[in-house]
Write a protein that binds this ligand. Sequence first.
Ligand code: GLA
Length: 392
Amino acid sequence: MTSSQIQHRLTEYFRSAYGTDCDLLARAPGRVEFIGNHTDYNGGLVMGAAIDRSIFAAVRKRDDAALRFASEFSPERPERRLDDLSKFDGEQSWANYPLGVFATLLNEGLRTENGFDLALASDLPAGAGLSSSAALETGVGLALASLYGLEISKADLVRIGRAVENDFLGVPTGPLDQSCSGFGERNQLVFIDCRTLNVELVPFPAECRIHIFNSGISHALVDSLYSKRHDECREALRLLRQNQSDLEHLADAPESALDALPSDTPADVIKRARHVIRENQRVLTTRTALTEGDIERTGRLLIESHESSRTLFENSCPELDTLVEILAETPHVHGARLSGGGFGGTVIALTSEAFGADETRRVQDAYEKAHGRRLETLACNVADGAELLPTD
Ligand code: GLA
C-alpha cells in the first residue's frame, strides 16, 4: 500500500471514529540501526536510517478539554482530560506514547484549554525492532506541535520523543531512533554524534539494499535487560572517572584506560565498556569505508559489530547469531548484524540489488530448519524522515 493510500485510509478512519474531518496529518518513519550498538546513550557515534514504513497521525483540535485517542490497530478508545494526564495500562497502554508527547509539550511551555482527537494508522510493523514507538512519538510530536501552532525543529522533535521514553515511560534510551525518524532522508544514512546531537548525512550506496529479518524472538524482560546494560555502562564510566575525572562519556574513553581499572572491577562491566569503545571507533571507520565506496569493508564492519555485541555486550541470542551466520554465507550479502536493543528482535543485512526472492527463501528455510520458526522479512528503502502531509 502506498503512503497516499494509507493517508486516505486514515482520513476515513478519523471521520468514522470522530464523526468529523481531521485538521492535519503527519507521517514519521521507522528506522534501522545501521551500525553503533548501544553507543548512543554513552555519548558515542551511531549510524541509522529512516525506512519507507511509517506511522501516520491525524489530529483535530477540540473545543473542550478532552484528549481522545484511536488507532486502527486497537478496539480501545482511551481518553484523558487536560487536567489528568495519568498513564494508561494494559490494552490501552499504546496511547501512552501520544499522551507522553502531549505531556512533554505542556512541560515545555505549551498553554492551551483545548484538547484534541487523534487517530493513528501505520504500515510499520510494531514489535519488529524498527522503532515504531519512536516513529509514533516523532509523528505525533510533529502533528500536535503544528496543531497548537508551535515552531518545532527536527532537533526539538528528537528531544521531545526521547523525553517521552526517558521521563514519561522511564526507558533510558538514547537519541538514535528519533534522530533517524526526524532527520532521515532518502538514500542517506543518518550519522549522529550523540555527545553534541549533531547530525550528518552519509550517502547510502546506490547499488545496495537493506533487508530486515525479524527473528520473532521478543524477550519478556527486554526493557529490564536494556536498563541493566545501561547501568553497567554507567558503572564503567563511574569507575573510569576515578582515574580521569573529566571523562564525560564512556564512548570517549581510550580502550587502554580499561587496563587501569581496579582489579575487583566486574568482568561484565569491562566487557560492556570495551564493546562501546570499540563500536564507537567502528562507526567512524564505517563512515570512512562508505565515503570511499568500500562496500566489502562496510559489510565486514557490520559482521564485526555483531560479533562484539555477541561476545562483549552479550545482547544477542542464538536465533540472531544463526541469522547472521546464515546471511554471511548467502550470495549477494555484504554483511549482517543485530540492529537495535538486541535480546531478540531484528537482524539487518546489507545486500547488493541482486539479493532477491531466492536468497530470501534460502535464509528463511535455513532459519526454520535451525529454530523451527518462520522468519518475517522486509526489503526496505532508505527513506525520508517525518513530514506534515496534505489532508485530502
Ligand atoms: C534501542 C534504543 C536506542 C539504542 C539501541 C541500541 O533501539 O531505543 O536508543 O540504544 O537500542 O543501540
